[in-house]
Design a protein around this ligand. Structure first.
Ligand SMILES: Cc1cc2nc3c(=O)[nH]c(=O)nc-3n(C[C@H](O)[C@H](O)[C@H](O)COP(=O)(O)OP(=O)(O)OC[C@H]3O[C@@H](n4cnc5c(N)ncnc54)[C@H](O)[C@@H]3O)c2cc1C
Length: 476
């Protein structure tokens, strides 16, 4: 059922209270429903977009500027899936090197995650050479509010309560007893057995920080809540001209073919040998292949600067051969740093008196070094195999973040997973250290960000979390 009113529910029927109705919260509720377990989803926002609700998401960014915090997430039913791009793929095995779990722990949930996201379970990867693989993403068109609205309306196992925000949690002796929520001007207490924060990659930290403030002694003082925050710097790396025929021939059965976008990613070997981070590049072939006869003068100008003779040859043969101009963008891993963190801004509070967030964020030089090494290696690969020429953007050479396409809106870290309480907030089951019945759901749990867009793994982790809770309920 979907309601605006907590009072209409018989709360003791619902052992699990989930806060947030984005991909993380809804995926967990759907999986619990399959296991015959009732859950309530408490959602701060309304069914549709509202400026008033969105205003709660305003926050200050100190350091390198990224997409404003009120624009890179949606505070409404369905969460940020109302504006995401839908690019999906599981994380790479080597992304888990510093995590307390590995990809095998998430594989059992791969098929179900594809169902939830309405995508094919096909994520091929082919080896190009020791440095690169071609990778495959699927594109999900799922807006969680649109897809699951009718299902939730008809469900007697999931109750979605809109326009009600979690403000903080109260408990003692390592247990949460109830949540303090606000709906309009009213304060409500919600009791439950299991509490799950699924409020996104910034609010999860904010709510834990505010809980620490309001309920002293409940959370371990040492937990690094809000720290090791990450995103994916996204840069224009360069432009080039490639021979489609030669590219395909070179890779033969190792090539998945050109689709709208062609994705090429670092291999673990390349990352380790070069001491760089992981990254993927995508070539915007669609724009270019649309009109086979068009030669992009800007690209040729760039190529003439780095390889004048080759540029001449290109102009002469462009129309005879199947050359294509490409823009090369890169999505880069950003390594975790304790200094990139979410803190409470005591000078700016929302209408319920809860401090808004301050995000301290500085990009390190390592992602840009990664972009440079990646592009040089790819440019050499093109020269050695006579596939074409790549002109790398000048700012990448100078290691300056000038042509930033964005940060992907991927908010990761803040409640990172781990076994050591000094540098993690939740354990490998996503339970907050030293609290028996409080869990965190979403990319705030990521230990490292890898290069992959996060939501597919968020959904896998959310299904796994439902299984963890179900097993715990069975035991009691
Ligand atoms: C422009 C853009 C493009 C993107 N494209 C991609 C992409 O192509 N691929 C990809 O993998 N990812 C993409 N993402 C990221 C993706 O949107 C997020 O990873 C995903 O939405 C996170 O899901 P979530 O459920 O953890 O959080 P959210 O989707 O943010 O949901 C959080 C929910 O919690 C609610 N909430 C917040 N505070 C409270 C509170 N106090 N009490 C109760 N409820 C609360 C919110 O209203 C919201 O419904 C993109 C993001 C942006 C901004």
């Amino acid at each position: 059922m979907i309601s605006n009113n907590l009072d209409s529910l018989q709360l003791d029927k619902f052992p699990v209270i989930i806060f947030g109705s984005g991909p993380a919260g809804i995926s967990t509720a759907l999986e619990l429903e399959k296991k015959n377990i009732n859950s309530i989803i408490i959602e701060a926002g309304n069914e549709n977009y509202s400026e008033i609700s969105q205003d709660f998401y305003k926050g200050k960014i100190i350091g390198d500027q990224i997409m404003p915090l009120s624009e890179s997430r949606l505070r409404q039913f369905g969460g940020t899936s109302g504006l995401w791009g839908g690019t999906c793929k599981p994380l790479e095995d080597y992304t888990f090197d510093l995590w307390p779990i590995n990809n095998n722990d998430l594989k059992p949930y791969l098929e179900r995650a594809c169902e939830i996201l309405d995508i094919k379970n096909q994520f091929r990867k082919t080896f190009i050479n020791k440095s690169f693989s071609q990778i495959e993403f699927q594109t999900s068109r799922v807006n969680f509010a649109e897809k699951y609205k009718n299902h939730l309306r008809g469900s007697d196992k999931i109750a979605l309560v809109l326009n009600t925000q979690l403000s903080y949690l109260v408990g003692e002796n390592n247990n949460i007893n109830y949540a303090i929520c606000h709906s309009d001007a009213q304060e409500k207490k919600i009791k439950g057995k299991y509490f799950i924060l699924s409020c996104g990659g910034i609010e999860n930290s904010r709510l834990l920080l505010w809980t620490k403030n309001k309920t002293p002694g409940l959370l371990n003082e040492k937990l690094p809540i809000g720290k090791y925050w990450m995103n994916h710097p996204h840069v224009l790396g360069g432009r080039g001209i490639l021979s489609r025929k030669k590219f395909e021939n070179k890779m033969r059965e190792n090539f998945l073919g050109f689709t709208d976008l062609t994705f090429i990613a670092t291999t673990k070997k390349f990352v380790n040998e070069q001491k760089i981070l992981s990254a993927y590049m995508y070539m915007l072939t669609q724009d270019v292949f649309r009109n086979e006869k068009v030669i992009d003068k800007e690209v040729v100008k760039d190529i003439m600067c780095v390889a004048p003779k080759y540029g001449e040859k290109l102009i002469q043969t462009f129309h005879k051969e199947s050359f294509r101009c490409v823009n090369i963008n890169l999505l880069l891993e950003q390594e975790p740093s304790e200094d990139n963190k979410i803190v409470l801004n005591q000078n700016k509070k929302d209408k319920y008196g809860i401090p808004k967030v301050k995000l301290f964020y500085k990009r390190s030089p390592k992602p840009l070094k990664t972009a440079k090494v990646f592009l040089e290696e790819f440019a050499n690969f093109c020269i050695e195999n006579d596939l074409g020429r790549i002109a790398i953007e000048e700012n990448i050479f100078n290691l300056e973040y000038l042509k930033l396409v964005g940060d992907g809106g991927h908010h990761m870290g803040g409640t990172r997973m781990g076994n050591d309480k000094k540098n993690s907030v939740v354990n490998s089951e996503l339970r907050v250290h030293d609290v028996n019945n409080l869990y965190v759901n979403g990319s705030s749990n990521f230990v490292t960000g890898g290069y992959t867009n996060p939501t597919f793994a968020i959904v896998q982790l959310a299904i796994r979390l439902a299984n963890t809770i179900s097993n715990s309920i069975k035991k009691t």
